[in-house]
Design a protein around this ligand. Structure first.
Ligand SMILES: NC(=O)c1ccc[n+]([C@@H]2O[C@H](COP(=O)([O-])OP(=O)(O)OC[C@H]3O[C@@H](n4cnc5c(N)ncnc54)[C@H](O)[C@@H]3O)[C@@H](O)[C@H]2O)c1
Length: 257
């Protein structure tokens, strides 16, 4: 008789909203124990309460803060056991100040620093915390999934995306280097690069009801959070054991704008 399979634990940053919340639902349905780690801990608890299955956990984590990331990982592993899957979905898209869209020569350093701190530094801090834990207690099929964006490839859909695009391009360089460094540890490191996905982040820039231009997105619709979640469900599965350092475009065919 086969022993029952070990239940994998997935820590999802930014899991309180949008793509991260859809992924929490998907991986919970696939049998994982989920830790939703988000700067918005109240909303993380709401998401966790609605997940299928039991044993899930909501935690406060600011991915830009070393102390917050370390503490959250500590708590996650005490309460939910070793994290096998890290998905760093937390992100911000700052393109304006007080409602005014700003080009890079008008925006100053604050917007750059915030985009970089959350979108890029957050990858370093969460991945490092994860790997340090796995060096002490290895897991089978170790996985890190990071979030880039089509904006890293195209420059973004409006002329105000420089800082965001730069932060998401930084994710790709980090991901490729981290994939090399983690290979000997049995941990794969990959990125998803979503196009325009229908979440609160998208709706800040593109109001509901805006028609989709098939010249920009050949599949002629905005993506659903579940589209990205399904791609990540594959990346974290054993079927993807031989894939590392890769970027998965989930963008309806979008290339140039
Ligand atoms: N929606 C899109 O069209 C799109 C396109 C390309 C890339 N992305 C990327 O996908 C990821 C998920 O975005 P989304 O569309 O679901 O956005 P969202 O705004 O719905 O969710 C982002 C989540 O990140 C959390 N968060 C923000 N700052 C944080 C911090 N410092 N620490 C921890 N959590 C923090 C928020 O509280 C929120 O729950 C982001 O990295 C985003 O840049 C989104």
């Amino acid at each position: 008789m086969n022993a029952s399979p070990i239940r994998r634990c997935a820590l999802i940053t930014g899991g309180a909203s949008g793509i991260g919340a859809a992924l929490a639902t998907r991986l919970a349905a696939d049998g994982c124990r989920i830790v939703v780690a988000d700067i918005n801990a109240d909303q993380a608890r709401v998401v966790v309460a609605e997940l299928p299955g039991t044993g899930h956990l909501a935690l406060a984590m600011d991915v830009s803060s070393p102390e917050s990331v370390e503490q959250a990982f500590e708590n996650a592993e005490i309460e939910a056991g070793p994290v096998g899957i890290l998905v760093n979905a937390a992100g911000v898209m700052l393109t304006e100040r007080d409602g005014t869209p700003l080009r890079f020569w008008e925006s100053g350093l604050a917007r750059w620093e915030t985009n970089m701190a959350i979108n890029a530094r957050g990858c370093l801090l969460t991945a490092a915390a994860y790997v340090r834990k796995r060096l002490i207690q290895p897991v089978a099929h170790g996985r890190i999934v990071l979030f880039s964006s089509v904006a890293a490839q195209t420059g973004g859909s409006k002329a105000t995306f420089a800082d965001y695009a730069a932060s998401k391009a930084a994710v790709l360089g980090f991901m490729r280097a981290a994939a090399r460094e983690c290979a000997a540890l049995g941990i794969t490191v990959n990125a998803v690069s979503p196009g325009q996905i229908d979440t609160p982040m998208l709706r800040k820039n593109i109001p509901a009801g805006t028609p989709v231009d098939a010249g920009v997105i050949p599949l002629a619709r905005f993506g659903e959070p579940a589209d990205v979640a399904a791609t990540i469900a594959f990346i974290v599965s054993a079927d993807a054991d031989f894939i590392t350092g890769a970027t998965f475009d989930v963008n309806g065919g979008q290339r140039m704008q």
